[in-house]
Design a protein around this ligand. Structure first.
Ligand SMILES: [Zn+2]
Length: 352
């Protein structure tokens, strides 16, 4: 029996049970799969390595384990087989990076930090250069960034964003480090206050393979770890932002937020994260690639039942997002078909 003959949903559910029972790393080791997998199976709020699940489901259906090698070039086949059995598969082509913030080594200017928080509260992102420590090349534009507060009583996830640049070398922040050091620009999309961190221990319990500590250059997380951490983080940030609504000490939150806006923005942000994990970080229509203001657009509007999924979503610049939602064009195989053909070509504005 070949990969394409896998069609028994029950066999897949059994493989998921086996995965839950053994836990991720022992499961992969037992059946000879690696962790790098750019398609993640989502089921009941949990995430699974799709290839390994397909390989083991194949074993349960036919008695023959599909080994890692049997997938060579057949990744799409595994995805299609799962989708045909009504499972949700999420492409997560980019991993993410954990960076560290130790306030006793680097003082994040409070005014700048609060300015970023305000821009995020207003529904945008705030960008800032960040040192990548000993990491000199592997972070590239579009990668998800998680920032961990360390060296404090509170230890845990304090901010998230996306790399808005590749790594570049710039003068070090500290006067005693005159040598140029590796940096990236990060477009932050969430930034909590230190007492509000998502505790390290909670993450360790939930994200498979998340260690007790990271050093210097932080760490890389794979697609499954990224999706799991994103979901946990989103839930935590929801709680924090909703709690801040009723907090008289945070009048700026109450002023710019209603409960409904918080919910909608958080949902929109989750959708944007999903698309940034799956697509090149640029506008589908014009290629504009400033991550700071890229948005997640629904092809079929959510008001018409369109899902917030990778299939139904594309990244767009704010102009093309508005034009799309106003019905000025629709996408056909990712090419814009303009309702009024004359709007297609834009000339720079000149004085009349
Ligand atoms: Zn555009």
């Amino acid at each position: 029996m070949a990969l394409k003959d896998l069609n028994d949903r029950q066999a897949v559910l059994r493989a998921l049970e086996e995965y839950d029972r053994l836990k991720r790393v022992p499961f992969l080791r037992t059946y000879g799969f690696g962790t790098a997998d750019e398609y993640v199976l989502a089921h009941d709020g949990r995430y699974y390595d799709s290839k390994a699940i397909v390989g083991v489901a194949h074993l349960f259906q036919s008695g023959e384990l599909l080994s890692n090698l049997a997938f060579k070039g057949g990744k799409k086949g595994a995805v299609r087989a799962l989708k045909d059995m009504d499972f949700e598969v999420i492409p997560q082509r980019r991993g993410s990076f954990v960076l560290l913030w130790n306030p006793s080594l680097w003082h994040w200017d409070e005014q700048r930090r609060l300015a970023i928080q305000r821009r995020i509260l207003a529904g945008g992102t705030g960008s800032e250069p960040w040192s990548t420590g000993s990491r000199k090349k592997d972070i590239s534009k579009g990668d998800r960034i998680f920032l961990f507060l360390v060296g404090q009583q509170e230890r845990g996830l304090v901010a998230s964003g996306h790399a808005a640049s590749n790594i570049y070398f710039d003068k070090q922040w500290a006067a005693d480090h005159p040598e140029p050091a590796p940096h990236i620009s990060v477009a932050w999309d969430k930034l909590l206050d230190p007492p509000e961190v998502l505790p390290w221990e909670t993450i360790q319990r939930t994200v498979p393979g998340f260690p007790n500590r990271y050093q210097g250059g932080g760490a890389r997380l794979d697609g499954l770890q990224t999706l799991t951490l994103n979901a946990l983080w989103q839930e935590h940030a929801n709680e924090v932002s909703l709690a801040a609504l009723g907090d008289p000490a945070r009048p700026e939150v109450a002023a710019s937020y209603s409960y409904a806006i918080v919910k909608r923005r958080n949902h929109q942000q989750q959708f944007r994260n999903l698309l940034l994990g799956a697509y090149e970080p640029r506008c589908t229509v014009c290629g504009f690639d400033q991550i700071e203001i890229l948005e997640a657009a629904h092809l079929i509007p959510d008001s018409q039942g369109g899902a917030s999924s990778v299939e139904n979503g594309r990244l767009m610049c704010p102009n093309h997002h508005r034009a799309h939602d106003a019905g000025l064009f629709h996408l056909q195989r990712d090419r814009p078909i303009w309702t009024n053909a004359e709007t297609e070509f834009l000339a720079p504005a000149r004085p009349l």
